[in-house]
Design a protein. Sequence first.
Length: 109
Amino acid sequence: MDLLHETVRHRRFGSGTVTSFDGRVLVVSFETGEDRSFSYPSAFGPFLTAENEAVQAEAERAILLQMAQDASKVERVQQDIEALRATAKKKPAPRRAPRKPAIASKAQI
């Protein structure tokens, strides 16, 4: 998605224009002359709103996709933890005492 030159609104800084976007971080130049960096797409939920409805909808889809991926990662980690716990609960097989060498009787000597 190309966000360059898109107009966005921030609750605190007001209206601004995207001046840089590398796929993960976008830089917004606000009307106050201040430039701010934001993570994409997570900034579009709590901080930024795109003036263009299609851009806003795409950012929201990207947020949902990121949340699904994060949930999948959490689920995998939880499964790994459960597997480790199950392994730790298993009791190791009892060890056999080493066999002592047979003692020769006097009759065998």
